[in-house]
Design a protein around this ligand. Structure first.
Ligand code: HAM
Length: 469
């Protein structure tokens, strides 16, 4: 019989590690307090200004964005995640929120509700853009849309809301404002721009040469230095506004003056989406002096610019098949806001901090501790534990690290006596109390520290000075 061959040892090939897609970002627990900080403030502001939350799907028919954002815009032309679904329909991941909100406004007959309808959203959006600091392919936006009112006071109020959101978070920002007028005044301006750039075409970047025919206003906010120089002397839209647009814009500014919201008139602000009419605005972070100046002495800022942007879109509802309905909105990027908060080391409060730690020793005590944890949590206390640990020492170390006020200790002796030890973590003083009275005992002690404000188990709202911008 032939000798059985020993099986060959095959070296196991290491499995390829799957990594995050380019331009995507994981949000880890250590960042949670920033998200909570922003979301809590937004929820409070939305309520204060009368906005109702709307949730629209991540995926929509591609045509929605082509018709609203515009087929010649960078977003639709280059950046949309578009694919055919299993039914053969062309669908896209939403690159922004306004189009979906307007679709929902029309689809749910919101025109019959008292106007204006004020809608607020927070969600992920997708743009297949070149990733860089503050620019991701999936990013989060919050947005406020006011649909069904054309009065200039609405424009000013929305800018006030946006500005105060950042100011209230202690972020120094500037409000950049412009008007791009009605479609008619824009047509006139477009001609003037094409005329101006015609003789200067050779000095433009490749993209701008393309844009000159399709979307000449975008030449004004090109970031290429040569194009920026040319943009400085380009005709200004403000000189081409028709009477109505001009009157509206002047009134918006008067309202802003009245509420003392500082703004910068920026004639080159045109925004990159086609649906805008009239008022447009952006919120920019002020230069951050804490970031080391470059070798040329200039203060280097992160490559990203706007924290958010918005404007009027008085023709969009009609474009998408609804009745002629004026509207205005604003959307801000959440990641960019967090970057600014971090770069400027802005205090966002302590976040969630447990006040009690339950420590246990022995199998029976562990069971009792598990029940106690739930009882105290349901009574509204913030409780921490480390039930899988056996020794008291590591449990106490953790209680210390978490900064809890009291540790509640159940050992074998306490199990027998029907008691529990309360240890003041600061002074180290321990007291034995009746287990049945534990809730009342910790409440009494925490009240002494002034940390018992809310005991209904709800998420705490931001403190009064944070709650209102
Ligand atoms: P947007 O200017 O395209 O406007 O986006 C608003 C904000 O979203 C930006 O200022 C930025 O903070 C954030 N953002 C945009 N793209 C990215 C990205 N790739 N990575 C990280 N953050 C990003 C709109 O989307 C309009 N829908 C705003 C609006 C609402 N207009 C009227 N209503």
């Amino acid at each position: 019989m032939p000798k059985e061959e020993a099986p060959k040892k095959t070296a196991e090939r290491p499995k390829k590690q799957i990594q995050l897609l380019r331009g995507m970002k994981d949000v880890l627990p250590e960042e949670q307090q920033y998200w909570d900080f922003i979301q809590d403030r937004l929820a409070t502001i939305a309520q204060a200004y009368g906005f109702g939350l709307i949730k629209t799907p991540l995926i929509e028919e591609t045509g929605l964005f082509v018709r609203s954002v515009g087929k010649d815009t960078d977003i639709v032309e280059k950046e949309m995640y578009t694919f055919q679904d299993k039914g053969g329909e062309s669908v896209s991941l939403a690159p922004e929120g306004t189009a979906s909100v307007v679709r929902a406004y029309i689809e749910h007959g919101m025109l019959s509700r008292p106007q204006p309808v004020k809608l607020f959203y927070i969600g992920p959006f997708f743009r297949y853009d070149r990733p860089q600091a503050g620019r991701y392919r999936q990013f989060y936006q919050f947005g406020f849309e006011v649909i069904g009112e054309r009065h200039p006071v609405i424009d000013a109020q929305l800018m006030m809301l946006a500005y105060n959101f950042y100011a209230g978070a202690k972020l120094p920002v500037s409000l950049q404002v412009n008007s791009i007028g009605s479609p008619e005044s824009r047509a006139d301006y477009r001609k003037a721009l094409i005329e101006y750039y015609k003789s200067r075409k050779n000095s433009l970047c490749e993209d701008c040469r393309q844009r000159l025919q399709k979307n000449p206003m975008r030449l004004l906010d090109c970031k290429v230095p040569d194009c920026q120089v040319l943009a400085q002397d380009a005709p200004q839209i403000i000189d081409h506004l028709d009477e109505e647009s001009n009157k509206h814009f002047v009134q918006v500014l008067e309202h802003l003056d009245e509420v003392e919201i500082p703004y910068v008139l920026n004639s080159r602000l045109v925004r990159g989406l086609d649906y805008y009419t009239g008022t447009v605005f952006e919120i920019w972070p002020e230069p951050n002096a804490a970031i080391a100046p470059g070798t040329d002495g200039s203060v280097k800022q992160s490559a990203q610019s706007a924290l958010g942007g918005g404007g009027r879109y008085d023709t969009l509802v009609e474009t998408l098949g609804g009745q002629p309905t004026p509207a205005i909105g604003y959307a801000g990027g959440i990641e960019r806001c967090i970057i600014e908060l971090k770069d400027r080391a802005i205090s966002i409060g302590a976040g969630y901090r447990p006040e009690l730690f339950i420590a246990q020793l022995g199998a029976l005590a562990r069971k009792k501790a598990l029940k106690l944890f739930e009882d105290l949590r349901q009574a509204g206390f913030k409780v921490a534990e480390s039930f899988a640990k056996d020794g008291l020492k590591p449990q106490m170390e953790l209680a210390n690290k978490l900064g809890t006020k009291y540790a509640l200790i159940i050992g074998q002796k306490e199990m027998m006596d029907g008691t529990i030890l309360i240890r003041d973590m600061e002074s180290g003083i321990q007291e034995t109390v009746d287990f049945q009275k534990i809730t009342a005992e910790v409440r009494k002690r925490l009240e002494k520290y002034g940390v018992v404000e809310k005991r209904d188990g709800k998420i705490p709202t931001p403190s009064a000075d944070q709650a209102h911008p």
